[in-house]
Ligand binder design. Sequence first.
Ligand SMILES: Nc1ncnc2c1ncn2[C@@H]1O[C@H](COP(=O)(O)OP(=O)(O)OP(=O)(O)O)[C@@H](O)[C@H]1O
Ligand SMILES: [Mg+2]
Length: 368
Amino acid sequence: MKTNPFKFGTVVEEPYFTNRKKEIQKVASVIRSRNHLVLISPRRFGKTSLINKVLNETSRPKIFLDMQLVTNTEDFAAQLLKRVYRIYTFEKLKNYVKNFRIIPGIIINPVTGDVEVTFHPSASSHILLEDVLNLIEKACSSKNRPIVVLDEFQEIYNIGKNLNKYLRSTIQHHKNINYIFSGSQESLMRSIFENKKSPFYHFGEVMLLDKIPEDEFKCYLSSGLRRVTEKHIEISTEILNITRAHPYYTQQLAYTVWELLNCNSGRTNIVGNAVKEVVKHHDMDYERLWLTFNRTDMKTLIGMASSGLAPLSAEFSIKFFTGATSTVYSSIKRLLLPGIVIKTESGYEIDDPFFMKWIIDKREASLD
Ligand SMILES: Nc1ncnc2c1ncn2[C@@H]1O[C@H](COP(=O)(O)OP(=O)(O)OP(=O)(O)O)[C@@H](O)[C@H]1O
Ligand SMILES: [Mg+2]
């Protein structure tokens, strides 16, 4: 029984993880230094997989927290402390925790040994957070410095009022911890780390994660497809032409192509059939998503999907908006926020190639 060699959706490790050699080196180099890292990319470009890969290669203590799952400042402190208990012994932490200004509730799961931490909602929730963060700094040794990853960091704005100020005022004093802040909302992340008025202005080295280079991705696809087709190179090229090397969508399409080939469901137009299958599978989601856009944004998306023109070009605005460049500009800005349109090295593009295909198909169908 052959196993599908492609994987999409969750964090990938070997053998599903490919390339990123330069990026691995860069992340590793920042965390060897006394600096912090800010990792930004559109959704599903592989931030978490990259961080995970680098962290797995070091034996240093690490704390990883997805800020999307944090509900408020007390919860932020509790989730961090829970993770501190995974890296240091109870005995070691006892003396520090007993000096906390507000003592947390701690329950040990007798089966898993995992610790559940609760802080009661309090008017001084920042104190809780400060004590926990300072504990991470104090409990470590300068030879075995911890790495704290705050994934989807832009969520800081939704967790607590002025939390960014309090957080920065505490962690700026830490000498032993490397912080990695990663996030997928580029404009928000940039405003946190590049706006002079922001407390986190220039707090870490900003790294923009791009797609995986096509040549590298092609080798990876080709070696996975080799077991089910002789045309592995042509098919890999076709896949990348459609997905424009977006890590997630490339793996998704390669997965579907592999399934079709493995079930012997025809040998012609295999990539086209795989695209059709994915688009069909998401038809209802796309329809729902489509209805959330206003008419201007619909027009922008139709223009981008059907013309291949750069949306901020004069040609685009003349063709679809009778030259109203500012209308296109604000529409792109709106579409960038939820990641429907993304900005990559090659310019603005619709993030999801299957959604793009759905738009084209629907347009054509409605012209019949
Ligand atoms: N180095 C890689 N090699 C191959 N595929 C990758 C790589 N990195 C990411 N992918 C693909 O992209 C998907 C998303 O990866 P990951 O969850 O790490 O991205 P992310 O940027 O953290 O996403 P999100 O914005 O949703 O948090 C993976 O499931 C995998 O299919
Ligand atoms: Mg992630």
